[in-house]
Ligand binder design. Sequence first.
Ligand SMILES: Nc1ncnc2c1ncn2[C@@H]1O[C@H](COP(=O)(O)OP(=O)(O)OP(=O)(O)O)[C@@H](O)[C@H]1O
Length: 234
Amino acid sequence: MIEVTGLTRRFAGTLAVDDLSFTVAPGRITGFLGPNGAGKTTTMRLILGLDRPTAGRAEVHGMPYRELDHPLTKVGALLDATAVQGGRRAEQHLRWLARSNGISAARIGGLLELVGLGDAGGRRVGAFSLGMKQRLGLAAALLGDPEVLVLDEPANGLDPEGIRWMRDLLKSLAAEGRTILVSSHLMSEMAVTADRLIVLAGGRLRADAEITELVRPGTTLEDAFMELIAGSPA
Ligand SMILES: Nc1ncnc2c1ncn2[C@@H]1O[C@H](COP(=O)(O)OP(=O)(O)OP(=O)(O)O)[C@@H](O)[C@H]1O
């Protein structure tokens, strides 16, 4: 469970996140949508304790991320898949991550298989495509077998087969009772992946609803999204 209450983050001249409140429930996929600059990444960074709010709070399992014991076993995150040391080999990267977070390395082989990198564990990450880096980032997020996943545009760079694979994986992780918050700009993909949607524009909450409430028969999620964000600052 993720709980955001009155969350606000102001940068010098920008109110990036403006008095945001929502809950992300377990057992389902919650899509996090909004135009460029809406505040999605800033909100995720605040949830993950990578930045401090100007006001309000973000809690995971009832407490701020920074207060969690062994956070990687509670929350898995994929924010920027390209932020890995290119000189490291994929398996080495996961081993380093496991060791530095006190997590068993026993899952690494299985996770590389799970994300489709079974044959690439010995290759240097610097030579990976964006899609392969996303797959590795997902393996890293799952390393501690966390109940909560926060994923910023994980489908970015994936090919059609990869997007379908990611959708099926997220659905099976949600079916296991995990809490999943996933941002995306791919409306048609979100329409078939998410159970619930949180829509931001200009740092403010525009919608927090079941997908079936937002997408009426004869309309698409793209139509609903355009209507929801209408009038937001560019
Ligand atoms: N470190 C920072 N310093 C100053 N402004 C920032 C900083 N981080 C984000 N912003 C601003 O906050 C606003 C929200 O940015 P954010 O990256 O959260 O949006 P987003 O919804 O993730 O966008 P995108 O879909 O383009 O990834 C933008 O106006 C951005 O320029």
